[in-house]
Design a protein around this ligand. Structure first.
Ligand code: MG
Length: 339
């Protein structure tokens, strides 16, 4: 089995701003695996705060030899192999895992979602993020997202109330909110969460610093809406540590090192009686399609990558009535002739 890779700069429609920083593109590493005339597509989306980049990804990929892998692919064994090469690097590990799932689906003429038992009937609506901006730009973004049934807002600016009020002046849609660890006072945070609930916010991600387990747990215990861990959870092994401190978790393939471990995290979260949101980074249709294949197993979906970028080299997956549609084509359902 051979592997090839290519760096790609994914341009954002609008500069991405969350508490404390801003950027205009996301570096990707597009990965292909080849076997018996078939090609599997994978993707690493390397957002700066996660610490991966073109150099770390190339360095990692140059050490990979997948010639030992036999069908059906053994993903736990793959994980042991990849984690043995280096710790961390979850996005480039995800790219390899996604490419192998796509390849395995194509080799077996099976869509990836069937590997996990996903069904279209259980597909949640996906939210579309309205990033922090001036009121006129926010209103423009909301108009552009008219196809979405739920909007997501990034909080943590100086004027979160005005942001919500701006949205409410033009849209009655349900909102998901994300504080991105931006709040430092738990009592004030809780008061604000009640206000958010009154203004149609249904779930909230990561109110306080990821290391402040007690503060987040204090809020979770009292919150009228589900509180979800995002920055506080990356891979399966971390779930035990935050169990009980949040109502649920935000799983992203770029944190979980791919589809297989994301699936295991969903199963483990259910055992812990925790809810699951499946989220994404800035991604092309490749990684988003991998997320879509798992989304019906989750309570909520925030898979808006392809809506927020300018130069996705692949066609968007099918989308209808606020929901992604599972593709019945083999693998992830994406033709590989684009790159
Ligand atoms: Mg988040």
């Amino acid at each position: 089995m051979k592997i090839s890779f290519q760096p790609y700069q994914l341009e954002l429609k609008y500069p991405f701003r969350i508490s404390g920083f801003s950027r205009t593109y996301t570096p990707l590493m597009l990965v292909k695996v080849f076997h018996e005339g078939y090609t599997g597509l994978g993707e690493a989306s390397m957002v700066p705060y996660m610490g991966e980049n073109f150099e770390t990804a190339s360095h990692f990929l140059k050490q990979i030899d997948l010639s030992w892998m036999k069908l059906p692919f053994n993903y736990p064994e793959l994980r042991t192999y990849l984690d043995g090469i280096a710790d961390g690097n979850p996005a480039i590990k995800a790219a390899i895992d996604i490419a192998l799932h796509d390849l395995e689906g194509k080799l077996n003429s099976t869509p990836c979602f069937r590997f996990f038992g996903s069904e279209q009937e259980k597909m949640p609506v996906t939210s579309v993020t309205i990033g922090i901006d001036s009121p006129d730009v926010i209103i423009k973004k909301i108009e552009e997202a008219e196809f979405a049934r739920v909007l997501k807002v990034k909080l943590g600016s100086d004027d979160d109330k005005r942001l919500i009020e701006t949205i409410r002046s033009v849209s009655p849609k349900p909102l998901y909110a994300d504080a991105n660890q931006g709040w430092t006072n738990k009592e004030e945070a809780l008061d604000f969460i009640y206000w958010l609930k009154d203004n149609g916010v249904e779930i909230l991600e990561q109110p306080m610093d990821k290391n402040n387990i007690e503060g987040n747990a204090w809020i979770t215990e009292r919150s009228p809406i589900p509180i979800l861990a995002d920055e506080a959870i990356q891979r399966l092994a971390g779930l035990n540590k935050i169990k009980g401190a949040y109502h649920g978790i935000n799983i992203k393939l770029m944190k979980s090192a791919g589809m297989h471990e994301a699936f295991e995290m969903i199963e483990k979260a259910r055992k812990y009686d925790m809810k699951v949101l499946i989220g994404c980074m800035s991604e092309t249709s490749v990684a988003t399609s991998a997320g879509i294949a798992l989304a019906p197993l989750c309570d909520w979906a925030d898979l808006d990558g392809p809506f927020l970028t300018n130069n996705n080299p692949f066609d968007n997956p099918a989308f209808k009535d606020g929901k992604w549609l599972l593709s019945n084509k083999p693998g992830l359902g994406i033709p590989d002739n684009n790159f």
